[in-house]
Every structure is written in structure tokens, then in C-alpha cells.
Write a protein of this length. Structure first.
Length: 224
């Protein structure tokens, strides 16, 4: 089943609860971008805000950790009640151990790949994961242009997931919009993060609904 995860990075940081409420009836997750100014050249929010969102939001939290040393810091997001915790493989010292820790704490374990990180070396890790995130921009900022060159990687990731049993969700994040979501769905993505395409519009809920319809129209029948 296709899922939409609106990114709060594009919402009004002074009104996060209102942003959550706006999309809660129509979205599947709330995507929360945690940046530490080391793994990426930007800083956003951390654990205290995630804890506050957990208490305030009606949707499960999809935490995307763009941080150094996720081995040390990611489990606390699972402990805080995030439904899904995604770390970057480029930053993880022991991704298998970390994924197992996250699952043991009750969260879904996600692993993200920057645009220049190939998926093939991680085929054997797929059974340890609940979600694979293919970044379709360089992580760090919302509102960037979608990288079309990532489409073949999405296709290859979908094929590897199918080969491994097909249980792993395939998320795309960065520049996902009405102009690009169909290509992502056609390539095999099934969880779509969208920041500007949702929260930089006058009606975020309507944007989520429209994006979902476009993705469903483009996905293979088994995906939709
Ligand atoms: C970027 C973040 C994204 C960002 C996407 O590093 O991981 O989640 O919010 O924003 P858009 O959809 O505007 O590209
Ligand atoms: Zn993100």
C-alpha cells in the first residue's frame, strides 16, 4: 500500500501542532527531519521536539536522522515513541546492530542512502530493515530539485527488495511533488516524503490527497 509522509521541515516551526493537525486525517506518517549541522550543513530539531510531537500529533512519527553517530543517538528516538527511525548508512558504524536495536525498542528500522551511495552493497542487510530510504536530493534542505538520476537506483532497490522477500518499504525523499511522484511510483517507491509540495501550499491536506492519487495511478498494481 502506498503511503504519504509529509515533511515538517517545510511547515511553520512556530506552529508544528497545527501542521500535524492539518495533514493528520489524510497522511500516513509525519516525517521529522533531524539534522545536526555535522552530517549535513543545517540544523533543525532534536529529541525534545520529537517528544513534544509524539504527545501532540495524531500520526506516527517517521524520524529521518541526518546526524553523525546514529549508533549512539538513534535509539533514543525509538524510546521517545517514533514509529519509524531512519539512520544514514554513511554515518553508522554498525548498521546491523543499530537496526536490531531500533527494532528491539519497538520502532521500524529505516536505513537511508545519500544520492552517491549505491544500494547494491547493502542487499544482505535488507532482512534487517523495515524501510530503505533513497534520497532524491542531497540531504540537508527542503525545496531542492528532484534528482532524476536516482530513478534507476529506485528501480534496482525495488528489484533487490523483491528478491529478498518484498517486506521492506521503499521511501523516496527530496523534491517529491506533483511533477515527480509518478516517476517515483513507477520506479517502485511506496512511501513518499513531501515537504514543500505539501506545506508550501494553501491546502496541505488536499496536496496529500492529490499526491496519493497520482502515485496510485502510476504504481504497479501490486504496489498500489
Ligand atoms: C531533506 C529532507 C527532506 C525535505 C524534503 O534533507 O530529508 O525530508 O524536507 O523537502 P522537499 O519535499 O521540499 O524536497
Ligand atoms: Zn527527510
Amino acid at each position: 500500500m502506498l503511503q504519504i509522509s509529509p515533511s515538517l521541515l517545510s511547515a511553520d516551526f512556530a506552529n508544528l501542532a497545527a501542521a500535524c493537525a492539518a495533514v493528520a486525517p489524510v497522511a500516513d506518517w509525519l516525517h521529522v527531519d533531524v539534522m545536526d549541522n555535522h552530517f549535513v550543513p543545517n540544523i533543525t530539531i532534536g529529541l525534545p521536539v520529537v517528544e513534544a510531537l509524539k504527545a501532540a500529533a495524531a500520526l506516527p512519527l517517521d524520524c529521518h536522522l541526518m546526524i553523525e553517530n546514529p549508533d549512539r543517538w538513534a535509539p533514543a528516538y525509538a524510546e521517545a515513541g517514533a514509529g519509524s527511525v531512519t539512520f544514514h548508512v554513511e554515518a553508522a558504524a554498525a548498521p546491523v546492530r543499530l537496526a536490531r536495536n531500533l527494532r528491539a525498542l519497538g520502532a521500524r528500522a529505516g536505513m537511508a542512502l545519500r544520492p552517491a551511495t549505491p544500494v547494491e552493497p547493502y542487499e544482505e542487510l535488507l532482512p534487517e530493515l523495515d524501510m530503505l530510504l533513497i534520497m532524491t536530493v542531497e540531504p540537508g534542505f527542503g525545496g531542492q530539485a528532484f534528482l532524476d538520476i536516482m530513478l534507476p537506483k529506485i528501480r534496482r532497490a525495488r528489484a533487490l527488495i523483491a528478491k529478498s522477500g518484498g517486506e521492506v518499504w521503499l521511501q523516496v525523499d527530496g523534491g517529491v511533488s506533483a511533477s515527480t511522484i509518478e516517476r517515483c511510483a513507477e520506479a517502485g517507491a511506496d512511501v513518499f516524503v513531501a515537504g514543500n509540495a505539501v506545506f508550501a501550499t494553501a491546502d496541505p491536506a488536499a496536496a496529500v490527497t492529490a499526491l496519493r492519487a497520482m502515485a496510485q495511478g502510476a504504481a504497479a498494481p501490486t504496489q498500489a
